[in-house]
Design a protein around this ligand. Structure first.
Ligand SMILES: [Zn+2]
Length: 96
C-alpha cells in the first residue's frame, strides 16, 4: 500500500518551484501570491500544486486556482489570473 498524502494528490509549492522559477525568471518559492478569490496571501512554497496537463497551484485557504503552468517543447504558458497580485521580494544576493 502506498503512503497517502492528506487532502488529495497535491505536492507543496517547493516541489514544483523549478518549472515556475524557470518561466518567471525568479526564485518562485519566495514569491507571494495573493488569491483573487479570498485575498489570502500565500508564499508559492506553501501553495498546493497539482499535476496533470501542466501544473496548477491552488490557494491553501480556499483551493481556488492561483497559477497555472503548461510547458510545450518550446514555450512555457503561465496563467496568473487567479492571483490578485504577485509579490517578489528583492534581496541583495538572491540565493540560488
Ligand atoms: Zn484563496
Amino acid at each position: 500500500m502506498m503512503s497517502t498524502i492528506s487532502d488529495g494528490d497535491h505536492i507543496d509549492g517547493n516541489g514544483a518551484a523549478g518549472p515556475f522559477s524557470e518561466a518567471l525568471g525568479i526564485d518562485a518559492t519566495t514569491a507571494v501570491l495573493t488569491c483573487a478569490r479570498c485575498a489570502s496571501p500565500s508564499r508559492f512554497a506553501e501553495t498546493h500544486v497539482y499535476g496533470g496537463a501542466g501544473l496548477v497551484s491552488r490557494c491553501p485557504e480556499c483551493t481556488s486556482v492561483l497559477a497555472r503552468l503548461v510547458r510545450t517543447p518550446t514555450d512555457a504558458w503561465l496563467d496568473l489570473c487567479g492571483a490578485q497580485s504577485v509579490r517578489v521580494p528583492l534581496t541583495a544576493g538572491t540565493p540560488r
